[in-house]
Ligand binder design. Structure first.
Ligand code: NOJ
Length: 765
């Protein structure tokens, strides 16, 4: 240390700006770390353990085993310093009441941190995250997270358990709806946008909340797409596919991480020292805290990797799961572990410090009540600007996959439209699962949206066709399901179609058919929906299918029964208005698929970023090539696909150089011309293939960039990308994460299966 620095530190020490901790002799200069150290030095062991403990509101449960938990008053526990955090407690008044106990009655006045699943909106609900990823619009994703944070913060919350950044390649897995789909780069971009949106520029502001990158790690890779099932995965795939979105979230500043439920190669993620300590903290330098998933510590008993809560406590501490969500393990085990010298007080201090640091960053020690303001809550929740944004964002997420004879857009004038299907009038499905604090049945239905758009210029004839029914067993949060036996509405639906010029069918999934614990082996249309569609088809009327879905679905059997297919996902509060804008051409669809729609469920896991085979596909049925005997290899609709009402032509691909060095930036230019009759947005996609790996096979293509551009009809826009050597890095044969010199193919297209321009370049050492 030079003298100048020594003198500076000495002055700071005298003035109380720096501290030397007794145990570690570390010099602390960061003002927050200093405050943390000072507070920690005053805490009893019981108070430290309290900080590591998170309870759920017993009346609002989002986890298993919850119902057996006794409803209890937590007031005394808070006063005794035995609670660090709550989840599922919300509202300015209730959070203020509890915060007052923590700050004014507990010995050290340490504020509570209130967490909640704010996944795609708090009360104003945005499209489910998978849908938002389909917008390929970074600013839309950031904006929806920003608004969600504003509403959540005004309702007393400090922390969201989002974004989920799990790459998901198996649409049977219900939680695919919570992330950005199958692609690594798209997941990274969504992670960055969402973390920035939730956290803003300054976490201490009263309208920002801490983000939580989850579920670390590999939760989306469960065997056979069954939620909570084991994960068997190579370290290479972890590092190349699963980790990058988490790293992107971390680099964007995510304050917290959540450890996953699943085992990874036999070791539960929540007790995985390699994952949480060696990779997350030592390699990546994560400074925030890790919360377990709901009782994911306690569930180790069921995994069978330990035989007692005592052993679980040891694994949790060693791995560095700082906060125990509803597991109540640390409460009883940490003291025993310390007494038996199985863990050290320094480990506990470190864990508690990480939690306190985030509380300081949120400004909770400076103004513990800044988030509990009932006036703000009333003003900001479902603010008209938020609803407007929900509509704007929703319309960007719809994906047009079929449009025979330009059936869409429909004219608003003088046509009779039959709107048919169980989801046509439904106001609940569009809100989706993980709906924050939304009211049930609070979305604008498609019927309402079409009626509002048409007014008295045309006619909408509505028929339900097949009903939604109660199914309390399958859907424990909601009760709506698609019926499987009742055809009594078919005749009315057929009559409606017969009277109409065109039919819009609203089919798909209800709100709780995707999300946690909603894995399905059959991901085609449920119940009598396909049969209803076939009946309507017999009328000969042109059919637009508006699909509501929280996952990619198998549509192979019904695609021929439609003339147009618009994937609407679960679009949120403004659903019906947003869909109407697209159906009537007030907005030209611009979404692209963030995950492949399989041809058959037997193809899953299904994704474009495959390695080649030594026996690549060739059509000769006698040939020994990689293929199915009964179905095509390709999905029905590939990643990146999505049509527009206009046409785009790509030309003039230019690379700034055909050779790039490790420090160079390769600039890629391409021109895109709108040659059709509507203004429209195009998502220009850039893929790369590393042609020869040194000893290691490389994927046939990987998305490395996308730009969404608005192009007026007849206009041409220049789209630019930049590629750096780091973008080409992977886990090489020598185990290093690094780019490798060699030849690359750069591909530009409008979809992973529609490459329009290609050029090679060379990366030099
Ligand atoms: C379990 C889910 O896996 C997780 O994503 C969620 O944040 C917690 N429950 C809390 O509700």
């Amino acid at each position: 240390m030079n003298n100048l620095l020594k003198n500076f530190l000495f002055v700071c020490l005298v003035m109380g700006f720096v501290n030397v901790t007794a145990q570690t002799n570390k010099v602390i200069t960061d003002p927050i770390d200093l405050r943390v150290a000072q507070l920690l030095s005053k805490m009893t062991l019981e108070e430290k353990i309290g900080q590591m403990n998170q309870y759920s509101n017993p009346y609002v449960q989002t986890g298993a085993g919850a119902n057996s938990r006794q409803a209890q008053s937590f007031d005394q526990l808070i006063e005794d310093g035995k609670v660090g955090s709550f989840l599922n407690v919300l509202g300015a008044n209730e959070t203020r009441r509890l915060q007052e106990i923590a700050v004014e009655k507990s010995r050290l006045g340490i504020p509570l941190i209130f967490g909640y699943d704010v996944i795609h909106g708090f009360k104003t609900i945005f499209p489910v995250p998978l849908a938002e990823a389909a917008s390929f619009d970074r600013s839309a994703m950031q904006q929806s997270a920003r608004i969600a944070a504003v509403e959540a913060a005004a309702n007393g919350l400090h922390w969201t358990f989002a974004p989920m950044v799990d790459v998901a390649r198996d649409p049977r897995w219900g939680r695919i709806m919570e992330g950005a789909g199958e692609d690594v780069y798209l997941n990274e971009q969504a992670a960055i946008a969402r973390v920035k949106g939730f956290q803003g520029d300054d976490l201490s502001q009263a309208n920002t909340i801490a983000a939580c990158a989850k579920h670390f790690a590999a939760y989306g890779a469960s065997i056979a797409g069954r939620d909570y099932a084991a994960v068997d995965i190579s370290e290479k795939t972890l590092r190349e596919v699963i980790f990058p979105p988490f790293k992107a979230a971390l680099d964007a500043g995510a304050a917290t991480f959540m450890s996953a439920f699943n085992t990874i190669n036999g070791v539960p993620a929540s007790g995985n020292k390699w994952l949480l300590n060696d990779v997350l903290r030592d390699e990546w330098g994560f400074k925030g805290f890790v919360v377990s998933d709901w009782n994911s510590l306690g569930e180790m008993l069921a995994h069978g990797n330990v035989e007692s809560n005592y052993e679980i406590g040891l694994q949790g501490v060693e791995a560095g799961v700082d906060m125990d969500m509803e597991g109540r393990i640390y409460l009883t085990e940490v003291t025993k572990l310390l007494n038996n010298k199985m863990i050290t007080i320094e480990q506990i201090d470190e864990m508690v410090s990480r939690i306190l640091r985030v509380k300081f960053q949120l400004g909770l020690f400076d103004d513990p009540y800044q988030y509990c303001d009932s006036k703000k809550q009333a003003e900001l929740t479902m603010h008209p600007d938020h609803l407007k944004a929900a509509r704007e964002i929703a319309k960007k997420t719809f994906v047009l996959l079929k449009n025979e004879k330009q059936l869409l857009p429909l004219p608003k004038n003088g046509k009779k439209i039959a709107l048919i299907g169980p989801l046509a009038k439904d106001k609940d499905a569009p809100i989706g699962n993980w709906r924050g604090n939304a009211e049930s049945n609070s979305a604008v239905s498609l019927l309402e949206g079409l009626q509002a758009a048409v007014g008295d210029r045309g006619e909408i004839i509505y028929a339900e066709g097949c009903k939604l029914v109660n199914n309390p067993i399958q859907n424990f949060f909601s009760h709506l399901d698609i019926n499987t036996t009742d055809r009594s509405g078919f005749a009315e639906a057929v009559k409606a179609a017969e009277q109409a010029d065109v039919v819009v069918m609203a089919l798909g999934e209800t709100a709780y058919m995707s999300g946690e614990c909603r894995s399905y082996a059959d991901i085609s249309l449920k119940g009598l929906q396909a049969e209803l569609l076939r009946e309507i088809r017999k009328t000969g009327k042109p059919i637009v299918l508006a699909l509501f879905n929280g996952r990619p679905m198998v549509l192979t059997d019904i695609i021929d029964q439609t003339d147009a297919l618009l994937v609407c996902w679960l679009p949120g509060t403004e659903s019906g208005h947003a869909i109407a804008e697209v159906i009537f051409g007030d907005y030209n669809p611009s979404g692209k698929l963030p995950a492949s729609f399989p041809y058959h469920v037997g193809q899953v896991p299904v994704f474009y970023e495959q390695l080649n085979s030594g026996r690549p596909f060739e059509p000769n049925p006698e040939g020994f090539s990689t293929k199915y005997r009964d179905i095509p290899n390709e999905p029905l609709f590939a990643f990146g696909k999505g049509m527009s009402y206009t046409n785009f032509e790509y030309s003039g691909l230019q690379l700034s150089n055909s050779i790039m060095g490790m420090e160079d930036v390769l600039t890629v230019n391409v021109s895109v011309t709108n040659t059709g009759n509507y203004d429209g947005e195009e998502v220009v996609q850039l893929y790369i293939r590393d042609l020869v790996g040194k000893g290691m096979a490389r994927p046939v293509m990987q998305l490395k960039g996308f730009e969404k551009v608005m192009i007026g009809k007849g206009e041409t826009k220049l789209v630019q990308f930049q590629i750096r050597a780091n973008d080409l890095a992977f886990v090489r044969l020598d185990g290093k994460w690094a780019p490798e010199a060699g030849e690359f193919l750069l591909m530009i297209g409008s979809s992973s299966d529609e490459i329009l321009l290609k050029e090679k370049f060379v990366l030099k050492d």
